[in-house]
Design a protein around this ligand. Structure first.
Ligand code: 8Z2
Ligand code: FAD
Length: 536
């Protein structure tokens, strides 16, 4: 009945909430969170407390001045036992006056790189009492007398984060579509330099280096949208199994959600920055929207699980899978390729050849990590230290695994959908799949040389394939970003507007600056003039 009590009020915006988990002292290590929720059986209440400064919640979006409730993640104490972190739904402000309730200290954390509208806040409790039913009891419960009833699966507490990580992959597809639309439209309007003296300045979109910077962002948007859809379908299937008490597929979902969230956010942030830089000075204008878009995508590398930590979570799963597979036990579908012990085949410069190559790289890296850890442990190093000393390689193995998943999913989904598409559209989408696959083969050619039978002439041929693809995609580039159908109000960009009037829009925005309200700014009289007269 907790859902009956809270969900309708949240849906009709009677309560405005946020997710208050991260503290000043801990964001990654959840078992180290310091906020306490101590059960008092005499009053059937939990007493929330922030025992230290580092226990203060810090970062939750909307917490500073917007939310009047929040889900607080705290260490649950009952009958003198700490049962670990659990979620509580807590009112923190009066619903009429919006004043913070007595015992609640809340406020704004200050300026950030971007996300300026997120109203991120801090929250401290001073022995703040909440009723027993504030504890969200879907998984674990505390009875009236304080008896703790444990969840059938402790990690279900972490379920919210899996859900958001799954959603973030699709978010990155959207942000890349925005960045690619702005930068490609601008590159079609911008003319610069004179490679041929007797011809007009060309569109910068005709420079192959510009195409190299931008087309991967366009292709990645489609790759992440398709992968995000696959991941969402997987999430729905796992969640359905969970509701019927079957948690067997949760570990695989957690592992694949971690590495896909990490790789797609890192790619999105670096590719949005490439979009910004490909627009020269105007890309550095806030009015282009690209700096803001960069701030949003780079934040995603940190929130909902810092990327390195998540890649190490996937690595933990890959190492366990390797150990399980080596004992002949079955592996999850996404990790089954790790046990492919067939001899390394002759390299093929095809999509299937490259995808198989990335699986070989991932399996090879996982095997190397397992060997290194085993060797260190045999020499007397603790497993934890051996893990840490191998962690750079573990992260690389996780990335290779993630890339193999994205490549295979992108190719399979486009091939499946192509049958229902017009031949010209199918051809263009296949070109994007081809570009994406060859781009990453060239980016990770070192790994392919280490773990597959790719030879120098194959690499030369891949480079030529890549350059041919840039040429083939060029005529459809503007049409491909127009197909994202992003309205000017959404793009919010002087460089990306549909009508291409970039210079007029840049000047219109500049003239809106309050500094242009008067020809001589007061700073001249207050500072410059006295300085020039030697009076400062
Ligand atoms: C729409 C878009 C909006 C986009 C708009 C969003 C705006 C920004 C909003 C941002 C909000 C936030 O950032 S909210 C705060 C986000 N914070 C985080 O994500 C915290 C990240 N930290 C963690 O998740 C944890 O501390 C973690 C790193 C996993 C370590 O936890 P533990 O130490 O307890 O666990 P470990 O010892 O590593 O592992 C123990 C076992 O638990 C499993 N395990 C760990 N986490 C699991 C999980 N989530 N689900 C299942 N299983 C899990 C592991 O696989 C292990 O399994 P075995 O191997 O079988 O033992
Ligand atoms: C824009 C934004 C919005 C946010 N919104 C929310 C929100 O709404 N609610 C909320 O609860 N939180 C929110 N957060 C907080 C976010 O979840 C945390 O910042 C994130 O989980 C990382 O934790 P941390 O900041 O403590 O970094 P740390 O974990 O301290 O990471 C710092 C460094 O330590 C490294 N590190 C940490 N642990 C390990 C390890 N085991 N192995 C190897 N390296 C390690 C990391 O890789 C990283 O390089 C938000 C953050 C941002 C930036």
């Amino acid at each position: 009945e907790q859902q009956e009590k809270w969900v309708p009020r949240a849906v009709n915006m009677e309560i405005i909430g946020t997710y208050a988990q991260t503290e000043l002292g801990h964001g990654t290590f959840l078992r180290g969170l310091e906020t306490t929720a101590t059960y008092d059986p005499n009053t059937e209440e939990f007493v929330l407390n922030s025992p230290t400064l580092t226990a203060y919640k810090w970062w939750p979006g909307g917490l500073a001045h917007t939310a009047n409730h929040c889900v607080v993640v705290a260490q649950l104490h009952s009958k003198g036992v700490n049962h670990g972190v659990h979620p509580f739904i807590v009112q923190i402000r009066d619903e009429d006056t919006h004043m913070p309730l007595p015992g609640v200290k809340v406020g704004e954390i200050g300026p950030k790189l971007s996300f300026s509208t997120a109203n991120n806040g801090f929250l401290g409790f001073d022995n703040f009492r909440v009723p027993r039913d504030s504890m969200l009891m879907k998984n674990a419960q505390v009875l009236k007398d304080g008896t703790y009833v444990k969840s059938r699966l402790s990690k279900l507490t972490y379920g919210t984060m899996v859900f958001i990580r799954v959603m973030i992959v699709t978010d990155m597809a959207y942000y890349l579509s925005v960045g690619a639309t702005i930068a490609i439209r601008y590159s079609a309007v911008r003319h610069q330099s004179k490679p041929k003296e007797n011809e007009p300045e060309p569109q910068i979109l005709d420079y192959v280096t510009q195409q190299h910077k931008l087309f991967i962002a366009l292709a990645s948007s489609h790759a992440f949208r398709v992968t995000g859809q696959w991941l969402w379908t997987t999430f729905v299937r796992v969640n359905k199994a969970l509701t019927s008490g079957n948690a067997d597929t949760l570990p695989e979902l957690h592992a694949v959600a971690c590495c896909l969230k990490a790789v797609t956010t890192r790619d999105a942030a670096s590719m949005v920055e490439a979009c910004r830089m490909s627009c020269g000075g105007h890309g550095y204008m806030t009015s282009s929207y690209l700096p803001i878009l960069y701030g949003i995508t780079t934040a995603a590398c940190t929130y909902e699980g810092e990327n390195t930590v998540l890649l190490l979570q996937t690595a933990r799963s890959l190492v366990k899978a390797w150990q399980k597979g080596s004992k002949g036990k079955p592996l999850s579908p996404t990790e089954a390729y790790l046990m492919d012990k067939s001899p390394v085949p002759k390299w093929e410069n095809t999509l299937d050849g490259i995808i198989a190559g990335f699986r070989r790289v991932s399996a090879g890296k996982v095997q190397d990590c397992v060997s290194k850890i085993d060797k260190l442990v045999k020499m007397g190093t603790s497993y934890e230290d051996a893990w840490n000393q191998t962690s750079v390689r573990l992260v690389a193995a996780s990335e290779a695994h993630s890339r193999a998943v994205i490549l295979a999913t992108f190719r399979a989904e486009v091939s499946r959908a192509a049958a229902a598409l017009s031949p010209p559209l199918a051809r263009v989408l296949h070109q994007l799949v081809h570009l994406y696959t060859v781009y990453w083969a060239l980016e990770r050619v070192g790994d392919l040389l280490l773990y597959t039978s790719i030879a120098e002439r194959d690499v030369q041929e891949l480079q030529q394939q890549y350059e041919d693809l840039l040429q083939k995609i060029r005529p459809n580039t503007v049409g491909l970003v127009d197909a994202f159908d992003l309205r000017d109000e959404i793009l919010n960009s002087t460089l990306g507007a549909y009508d291409g009037r970039v210079y007029e829009r840049l000047m219109e925005e500049a003239l809106k600056s309050p500094l242009n309200a008067e020809p001589v700014n007061q700073s001249f009289h207050k500072y410059l003039k006295p300085f020039m007269q030697g009076k400062l």
